[in-house]
Design a protein around this ligand. Sequence first.
Ligand code: PLP
Ligand code: ZN
Length: 402
Amino acid sequence: MMFSSLTHLECTACHERFDADQLLGVCPACGKVLYARYDLDAAAATLTRDSLRGRRPDMWRYHEVLPVRDPSNVLSLGEGMTPLLDALRLARRYGLRALLLKDEGKNPTGTFKARGLCAAVSRARELGVRAISMPTAGNAGAALAAYAARGGIDAYTVMPQDTPAINQAECAIYGAHAYSINGLINDAGRALRDLAPQRGWFDMSTLREPYRVEGKKTMGYEIAEALDWDLPDVIVYPAGGGTGLVGIWKAFEEMEALGWIGKRRPRMVAVQAAGCAPIVRAYLEGKSHAEPFENAHTVASGLRVPVAIGDYLMLQAVRDSGGTALSVTDDEMLAAMREMASAEGVFAAPEAAATLASLPKLIDLGTVTPKDSVLLLLTGAGMKYTDLVPVSLPTVDSAALP
Ligand SMILES: Cc1ncc(COP(=O)(O)O)c(C=O)c1O
Ligand SMILES: [Zn+2]
């Protein structure tokens, strides 16, 4: 049985094709994003909806449509198959037919970044890479470092100086060569872009290599499988580099080719922080590319991405799906963190809570209506952000509990 049906790489902009077994970053012809392509007819011989029932409970259950050719090269920490929770109380509060929470905080390293980096590090190692590097807003660096440790290869991460302490600690404890920079993720990226080729490090920046998006797309497969192939009406995604959003969109295309779903698609919503909203601005201005966002700032460090190479892919998915792009303030995110935790028992990261914060606005805009089922992609665990929840518990003696 063939483990992966990977056939070639295809440029998302100029559509040139390339050999998938050579190590490539962006399109050698035009510098845009490369996508992995599969022989989906061949995949369908073994990968059927029924076949999934007996498969391993992680994202590698979809291995025919993932890029690793030899199963012994899969570096797994148990990523994927995260819970899809029915948020009855919040659904009632917002007057929706259904509100679903996909809790990606349950992944290794506490965020959905594990999926992308699991796929990309596994594949890079399969192609002979021994050292990888990445600029990171924090959580991706942690996942990179974890999978590099698992694979016994060297990892180099560069993150902004004010990245949450937990992300710095994660990179360090997994044994990465971790550095900080006085700047943002795009400055870190620029610093590494010149250095990495000189040092022989393979650049794992999001959408600057073809396989992180392959890991992220498994969220789309899981959503469909969990809902018995009946997709929600709306999916709300907190967008930085946008890899998850475009990955889910790619999964829908593949699942339609596999005959698993029809033409109907969820409306895809990209939520950004008001202090860093390049995609929202481009969406509102009708542009297909986004300008760099000046003075980017937000407590949701994962959303502090002023420039994204996949901007055109995000904007396409949002527009083609009839969705929208909108922003929420930091205060709205922090309030939504508390609301989600107290109403549903889910302590989500501020990036994740941005999706809930956007709901009232989406209802006002008419993008979400009461008859819709809405899925919020909760990309990370709130437990990584305890500094955003300052508390001072009242001290009592045992006889004096109120
Ligand atoms: C928790 C969390 N959510 C969302 C994002 C944004 O993800 P993407 O850059 O793939 O759009 C990040 C990125 O760092 C993140 O850490
Ligand atoms: Zn190209």
